[in-house]
Design a protein around this ligand. Structure first.
Ligand SMILES: C[S@@+](CC[C@H](N)C(=O)[O-])C[C@H]1O[C@@H](n2cnc3c(N)ncnc32)[C@H](O)[C@@H]1O
Length: 339
């Protein structure tokens, strides 16, 4: 039976924890120098919708490039992750609305195997959209959505009598500092067994102007996405940010090999955040660092996976080498339990 009720249920139960986490992160991030907020905070209901709009922008090449890389390999990916007639569990970190995942689910359904899809995301709204879409397109897929912050609460997969295909798409791994990204990958990778696979999407280093345009589009959708975090703090924590007092900034940091998104204060101002018991003074020109998006080379991608206990089996890139999708196995697979 297919059901989306667990998502709704979990969303309600996680609301209290998410608020406590939000308050803690706001107190830590906005009182430190330089000031910062965690990227997951960008994804409230409106933020998730704005992200969907970003993925359709002409400047934002990652989503359509990744989609076209996946489109041509869905059968191969599914075949490499699941032995014939065995059930397949697809576990996805930061699934969002799972629009590209549907390509893989369609390939699995074509194989007439039992498919369980477990999307994990901090945004209950995005997961709800994902589950509704999958439920109507693939009623045979069993849905097990989980509303969770996969950094603070690393997922523990239950024993499963079948194969597991882990997905981490959208270059979401690039939002984390190198050490944190290894911890995330090591956690999921260490739970893969013999024959299981991880499919990872990563954005690659390219010309600066292309990168900046992707994070500072002409229509201002990315600016609205970034500034929306201030509205979120107003709505959820009783803050009194005036979003017109800040402007969106996207910068390329060549030393760290990352795009950085910041909110720059345009005038001297005081902001109160009632639920976090904070009164903050922002000076003109001061910034809040809201997101990093690391860009990889063949070498740094290889190091990321091998340091995380994973071995790349296949790499697929577009003709311009702007984006890479890799399929990896656990490095010490020979020692994994046999199924
Ligand atoms: C860049 S979007 C990618 C969405 C989708 N995978 C795609 O490829 O289009 C990042 C997604 O990860 C979620 N996310 C960000 N940080 C997270 C965290 N720490 N725990 C769980 N989900 C997170 C966001 O809510 C969002 O849906």
């Amino acid at each position: 039976m297919t059901t989306i009720s667990p998502a709704l249920d979990l969303a309600c139960r996680s609301a209290l924890g998410a608020r406590t986490e939000l308050i803690r992160e706001v107190q830590n991030g906005l009182q430190s120098r330089p000031r910062s907020l965690k990227p997951w905070m960008l994804y409230d209901e409106l933020g998730s919708r704005l992200f969907e709009q970003i993925t359709a922008l002409s400047e934002y090449y990652p989503t359509r490039t990744e989609r076209s890389l996946l489109e041509r390999r869905t059968d191969a990916i599914v075949a490499s992750a699941c032995a014939d007639s065995q059930p397949l569990r697809v576990v996805e970190l930061g699934a969002g609305t799972a629009s590209k995942t549907c390509l893989l689910l369609a390939a699995a359904v074509r194989k007439r195997i039992e498919v369980i899809y477990m999307p994990l995301d901090v945004s209950a709204d995005a997961l709800e959209i994902a589950c509704r879409g999958i439920e109507s397109a693939f009623p045979e897929v069993l849905l097990e959505p989980v509303v969770v912050n996969y950094v603070d609460s690393p997922p523990k997969l239950e024993d499963f009598d079948g194969s597991t295909l882990a997905l981490y798409l959208g270059s979401s791994i690039g939002n984390f500092m190198p050490q944190e990204s290894r911890t995330i990958l090591r956690n999921i990778g260490s739970q893969l067994r013999n024959g299981d696979a991880l499919v990872l999407g990563t954005d690659l280093v390219k010309e600066e102007s292309i990168l900046i345009a992707a994070y500072d589009d002409n229509e201002g959708v990315t600016a609205a996405f970034n500034l929306n975090v201030l509205n979120r703090l107003n709505n959820e924590l009783g803050a009194d940010f005036d979003p017109t007092g800040f402007r969106h900034r996207a910068r390329w940091n060549p030393v760290a090999s990352r795009i950085e998104m910041h909110l720059e204060c345009v005038r001297d101002q005081y902001v109160e955040i009632a639920s976090a018991e904070l009164e903050l003074h922002f000076r003109e020109g001061e910034t809040i660092h809201t997101e990093n998006s690391y860009k990889f080379t063949d070498n740094t991608l290889d190091a990321l996976l091998s340091d995380s206990g994973l071995k790349i089996e296949s790499t697929w890139k577009d003709e311009r080498s702007w984006y890479a999708v890799t399929l990896s196995r656990r490095l010490d697979e020979d020692q994994c339990d046999r199924k």
